[in-house]
Write a protein that binds this ligand. Structure first.
Ligand SMILES: NC(=O)c1ccc[n+]([C@@H]2O[C@H](COP(=O)([O-])OP(=O)(O)OC[C@H]3O[C@@H](n4cnc5c(N)ncnc54)[C@H](O)[C@@H]3O)[C@@H](O)[C@H]2O)c1
Length: 117
């Protein structure tokens, strides 16, 4: 994965303010990877991410919901990859929205790349 991702292009981390999400954000920053953290703060807390404020590559927490297709579109179009730590089976419908948006954005990028050739 490290060879496929541009470090200055952020990785979208969903559920970033949760227990595992916070760890993923820290690990990515430690590896020099830019991060775009998103969380709806349903169970997570913005305070979990305070320690990363001001770190190179860290974008302040975006409060939003991955069931919001428009918001997902805006986030996914800014990033190079998506990390989705809250992979609870009960969240499958939410994942469908995010997965559809990722698919659309990738199709658009492929089309643009083909047009540039
Ligand atoms: N914590 C553990 O030790 C552990 C171990 C194994 C597996 N897991 C699994 O990993 C997943 C994450 O666990 P966790 O402990 O980090 O949970 P958590 O509740 O701390 O984190 C989940 C985060 O996702 C956010 N979230 C939920 N729905 C959202 C939505 N629709 N849009 C945006 N953000 C949303 C929550 O606000 C929260 O910050 C769970 O599926 C859990 O079952 C956790």
């Amino acid at each position: 994965m490290a060879d496929l991702i541009q470090r200055d292009e952020p990785i979208l981390v969903t559920g970033a303010a949760g227990f595992i999400g916070r760890w993923v954000v820290g690990e990515l920053l430690d590896r020099g990877q830019a991060v775009l953290p998103v969380d709806n703060l349903m169970t997570g807390a913005a305070a979990n991410l305070e320690e990363f404020e001001g770190r190179e590559g860290y974008t302040p927490l975006v409060v939003g919901d991955i069931r919001d297709a428009g918001a997902c579109q805006a986030w996914v179009s800014q990033v190079d990859a998506v990390a989705h730590p809250e992979n609870d089976l009960s969240l499958v419908p939410e994942l469908r929205v995010l997965a559809r948006v990722i698919d659309n954005v990738l199709r658009g990028r492929r089309r643009e790349a083909a047009e540039d050739r």
